[in-house]
Design a protein around this ligand. Sequence first.
Ligand code: GLU
Length: 443
Amino acid sequence: MSTVTRFAPSPTGRLHVGNIRTALHNWMLAQASGGRFMLRIDDTDAERSREDYVAAIREDLSWLGLDPDGEERQSARLSLYEEAFERLRETGRIYPAYETQQELEIKRKIQLGRGLPPIYDRAALSLTGDERKAKEADGVQPHWRFRLDHEEAIAWDDGVRGPQKFDPAQLSDPVIRRADGSWLYMLPSVIDDIAMGITDVLRGEDHVSNTAVQMQMFTAFGAEPPRFAHEALLVGREGKLSKRLGSLGCDAFRESDIEPAALVALLARLGTSQPVEPIASREALVETFDLGTFGRAPAKFDETELDRINAAIVHQLDYAEVASRLPEGMDEAAWHAIRPNLAKVSEAGDWWRIVTGPVEHPEFDEETRDFLAKAAQALIWSDNPWGDLTATLKDSTGRKGKALFLPLRQALTGMNHGPDMGELLPLIGEEAARNRLQRAAAG
Ligand code: GLU
């Protein structure tokens, strides 16, 4: 059976870097075995879900290059949930409960006061038919709970955390549906995972206790639960869950000119025992993807690390990948000359201006001006004008090293450092180069 994974965001906000990481790992898990990666829009919360967020999620995934092999929306599947709900209700796995929030809160406080865990006491299960009718006649609409089977042990071998065990008697029967008929996340997710043939659920460790409950929901539907894996959460450099991380998304990365490939390379391995490296090839990342290397400690997201990876990725990008983002006229040779100096693609324009000019040279002393005048004369437009020019000048003036190269670079580019002059000079062109040398020589 081939692997089917899913990424199931709620469209109540933009994706943040933590969600992006989960999406990426699900995509990689599917890719690693030639399987499918599905997008599921968890929009049962009609009030908080927004269409512009749905569009933004699709756009972000596309920008990241994580195109789903299919998409489902929970709001379009309500009739499926209704049917499944009826089935479980008939078999007694779902029951109505009538407590108000306030009553539940009081029960919790009493339990905690007695040093007991705040587990729902199942009072609603012992209501008689008449008592229920009386409540409903009073206008109290029930909410619905899934009845955990206390005899059915809960255990799974987690892809990241290893063997997991839960005692169902230590868990509250989860509320799965509100009194107004709206759905909570828990049951629809299981119904969809079954219907969509999901083989692997990979999500954040904040879902571990949900998994415990959902294991029994799978069996209640007579389905084999998928494999589960829960990854450690993402934290900021300081080791805390920061507000900034919660709002850091693709729009911010795009604005600060981070390459999607850099984000992918970093997030692919962050929190694993594999080194984070500027690997631009997705195939290479997918080939080395291994849940067994995922650690239990929180993964630290560091923006300076992202910048470092970004620069290294930019140095590998082909012209075709960036051409549309480069200044008018900047061709492949120019890209290759300039690329090693960039931390971001958007900086290419600064270096390109050096090619197109005008440039401002610094003040030179008389001897150097004399040297630059010689350079203007010695310039020959060969296959290798820089190599020839510097060789000739070295012979004729006796200058070498910095004394030879720096004034030439300054006169030709106005800068003390920058792209390789051997590549840059042909881009500047013979006429402009001679003019710049002559102007610098004139002082
Ligand atoms: N919509 C849920 C969330 O965003 C999905 C969790 C899951 O992967 O099952 O937390």
